[in-house]
Every structure is written in C-alpha cells, then in structure tokens.
Design a protein around this ligand. Structure first.
Ligand SMILES: *Cc1c(COP(=O)(O)O)cnc(C)c1O
Length: 226
C-alpha cells in the first residue's frame, strides 16, 4: 500500500465517520503521525496535500522538521519532559500532551520568552489505566485554575490497546463530557478534542473528536527494531 492510497483511504474513512455522526465535512482534522518513519515519508504525504503532522518524541521532531517544508504544522503528541520544552517549541505549533500543572506553567513561560503562542491540550487518562500518561479527570480543574492560559485549546486522550467498542465510546464520550464541564466551570474556550487513532478514530469522531491522530493507516506498520 502506498502512502498516497493510505492517506486517501483514511480521508475517506474520516469523511464517512463525520457524515454518519451528522457532522460537517472538515469538522475533524487529520494529524498524520509520522513517528519512526523517515522524513521522506512525511514529504510524500505532504506532496499528497497533508500539512499537519504528529511526532511523539522531541528529538525525532527536531531532526525531521528541518528537512521538511516550513509550512508544515507540527503536533507533539507524546510525553514531554520538562527539560525538552524549549526544543519542542522550536517546531511544534501544538502540544497535545500537557500532563501536569508544572509542565503547563513552564511551557507558557518559555513560549513567552520565545515569542510563540502554541496551542496546548491537556492529556487526560480517562480510562484510569496505570501505564498511561495523563492527568486524572479530578486533577483537571486544579490545572485550569492554576494556569488559565488562552494557549489552552482543549483536551487529548489515548485509549488503551484492545479496548472494546463500548469502552471506547465511554472513554471518548467521557473526554467530551469533561470538556463540556470544564468549559462551563472555567469560562475558558476549550473546543479541541484530540482523540482517535488508526483503529478507533470512527468512534472518536462519533463522540466529537476535532482532531484524529493517525499513523499506521497512512504510513504502514512501524518497525521499532531499526
Ligand atoms: C503513535 C501514536 C498515534 C498513532 O497511532 P496509530 O495506531 O499508528 O494510528 C496516535 N497518538 C499517539 C499519542 C501516538 O503515540
């Protein structure tokens, strides 16, 4: 399967999911997750019209971004260590993985120093799975009260591997409900919901995702042995 056909297929799936949910075309954006693939693969997707890409490691982002067109919108979707915030903000217009008040405060401060205004999402662990990063839903109000910055744009979650359809609805629907409650409580506008990957993005779209993060279905299976 080529990147061109993978991308076309994912776009068709996304359009069908939006339609089935009674949502407008273009209501959820596709973030192409290029992690572990060489810059040439992202360049090929770019040539096919894809301009938003996701990486999960700062180092890989720092290596890849300079090799690719400057108008690519980079999304950091993986865990961010405090000492990598400055490097992340050199390329990332979006950070989906803010998972503590300290990280949020540091990111806002460094963005100010650099004169950039990234969009930030709070990563929430809705499922309560131990191995995952992310804030617990009960931590979220404290983070919003502690740093009510206009850079905050919404929320992100990663569903556990192997979750059933019912669980996926509960997780993605749960993030949407949390968002609705937190918007009402904080007075901030938090419209973005980053949820859904290759295997589950239709369910995320049914539950209100505004961004889906898709790697495998576009680029193929990742080889971590290299
Ligand atoms: C790798 C990754 C994805 C993409 O997953 P696929 O199953 O390959 O589509 C999405 N979100 C995050 C946070 C990831 O690390």
């Amino acid at each position: 399967m080529s990147i061109e056909s993978g991308l076309a297929e994912v776009k068709a799936r996304l359009a069908a999911a939006l339609k089935a949910a009674g949502r407008a075309e273009g209501d959820a954006r596709l973030i192409a997750v290029s992690k572990t693939f060489p810059a040439e693969c992202a360049a090929e997707a770019y040539r096919c019209g894809q301009h938003a890409f996701g990486e999960n490691r700062v180092q890989e982002l720092s290596e890849k971004a300079p090799k690719l067109p400057a108008d690519i919108e980079w999304h950091l979707i993986g865990h961010l260590q405090q000492n990598k915030v400055r490097a992340a903000l050199e390329h990332a217009a979006w950070i989906h993985s803010i998972d503590s008040l300290a990280l949020l405060q540091r990111t806002v401060r460094i963005a100010g120093e650099l004169g950039v205004s990234p969009k930030l999402l709070l990563e929430v662990n809705i499922s309560g799975e131990e191995s995952k990063f992310g804030l617990t839903p009960s931590d979220v109000p404290l983070v919003l009260e502690g740093c009510p910055t206009p850079m905050l744009a919404g929320f992100m979650t990663v569903a556990p591997l192997g979750a059933s359809e019912a669980e996926l609805h509960r997780i993605f629907g749960g993030l949407r409900k949390l968002r609705d409650e937190m918007e009402a409580k904080s007075g901030l506008r938090l419209p973005e919901l980053s949820m859904g990957m290759s295997g589950d993005f239709e369910i995320a779209v049914a539950e209100g995702a505004t961004m889906v993060r898709v790697g495998t279905a576009i680029f193929g299976h990742r080889d971590y042995s290299k």
